[in-house]
Design a protein around this ligand. Structure first.
Ligand code: PHE
Length: 368
């Protein structure tokens, strides 16, 4: 045994040499070679540990302790280098496999003009879903062909009620074995209020976009059109909630933060009190938001206690509001369309002009 060995100088040298080798090891393979060279079966440190038996007895204890310290230090250094190399390898892999989601989408429409876009009615439904979704509303649906009770009776519109005349609609033959009443193509989305209140425990917050039917046909009426219904039922819903909800919705939908909104007393059999909602516009130019004129845009009100009772809800416990509006109408106003008929005429020039980009769904962050 040399003097330097006795003083542990060989150990210090081995530690320095191993640390230098580790620092130079640029990948896991080089790192493993260093590890095996030190700690492996014929590694340098293993050799020193095996040689402990030959050390004179009076030095063996100190030498053993020094070797153990060195072993601990080298194992820690090797492990630390492993962590550094593995992190670097992961970083390199993430860089190499990076997916650049910021790449611009393919130009709209995909592959050139005419390859397809979102119909403006569908687009408005997407926007309604996003806007009311942000206010906690779910989307509910119901059948296009409705029973008389769902479309009229449960909504407090009895037989011979004049409201039935405003809802002049299409009937299908009464099915055998029923009550003899003819099912109707639903005249509004309000029957889905009934279905929702019957089928679901309050609290309820839904919107119901869907197809509706009335026997009407001119520049602003079509026998088939679309409505969106809204229904909120809870223990302490007030007219204030109705107003706040609809003002927020109308301002967001039309993108006019100070859009004037007016609530005007009205009548619907299924709400009490009932209100028409008007927005400010300029009758001459058609511009929304200013001009001093008012335009009726939707119907609303507090759900009539009889309607709640018809659905098995105790009106002393539950109350809420409902509203309904025409999807074509708000779409035409938003985009300055004069005639409703092109919505259904499949004129490719019109569709190209008004279609929305399918790769750019409505986003609340951008404002819809
Ligand atoms: N269902 C009514 C209509 O079609 C609209 C409405 C819905 C009014 C809900 C008030 C409450 O005319």
């Amino acid at each position: 045994m040399t003097d330097s060995m006795a003083a542990g100088g060989d150990l210090a040298a081995l530690q320095a040499e191993t640390e230098a080798q580790l620092a130079a090891a640029a990948d896991m393979r080089a790192w493993d070679a260093v590890r095996v060279g030190v700690l492996g079966r014929s590694g340098s440190l293993t050799g020193l540990l095996k040689g402990l038996g030959q050390v004179p007895a009076e030095q063996r204890k100190d030498r053993g302790a020094a070797l153990n310290r060195l072993k601990g230090a080298l194992e820690a250094a090797i492990e630390a280098r492993r962590v550094v190399l593995e992190e670097a390898a992961l970083d390199a892999r993430l860089r190499a496999e990076r997916l650049d989601v910021t790449l611009p989408p393919r130009p709209f429409p995909p592959g050139g003009p005419g390859d397809g876009g979102i119909h403006p009615i569908s687009r408005t439904i997407e926007e309604l879903t996003a806007l009311f979704g942000a206010m906690g509303f779910a989307v509910a649906e119901g059948p296009d062909i409705e029973g008389d009770w769902y479309n009229f009776g449960a909504l407090n519109i009895p037989d011979h009620h004049p409201a039935r005349q405003d809802h002049d609609t299409f009937y299908v033959p009464a099915p055998p074995g029923g009550d003899g009443r003819r099912p109707v193509l639903r005249t509004h989305t309000s029957p889905v209020q009934i279905r929702t209140m019957i089928g679901q425990e309050p609290p309820i917050r839904v919107i119901v976009p869907g197809r509706t039917w009335r026997a009407d046909h001119d520049a602003t009426h079509s026998p088939m059109f679309h409505q969106v219904e809204g229904l909120v039922i809870d223990r302490d819903i007030t007219l204030g909630h109705l107003k706040g909800c609809l003002i927020d919705f109308l301002r967001a939908f039309f993108g006019i933060s100070d859009l004037p909104v007016r609530f005007r007393a009205s009548y619907f059999p299924f709400t009490e009190p009932s209100m028409e909602v008007d927005i400010g516009w300029n009758r001459k130019t058609g511009e929304l938001g200013k001009g001093g004129d008012w335009l009726e845009i939707l119907g609303s009100g507090m759900v009539h206690p009889k309607v709640l009772a018809n659905c098995g809800l105790d009106p002393r416990v539950w109350q809420g509001f409902a509203f309904g509006m025409g999807i074509e109408r708000i779409t035409m106003l938003k985009h300055g369309m004069a005639d409703l008929r092109p919505f259904y005429e499949a004129d490719v020039r019109w569709l190209r002009h008004y279609a929305a980009d399918p790769l750019s769904p409505p986003s609340l962050a951008e404002g819809v």
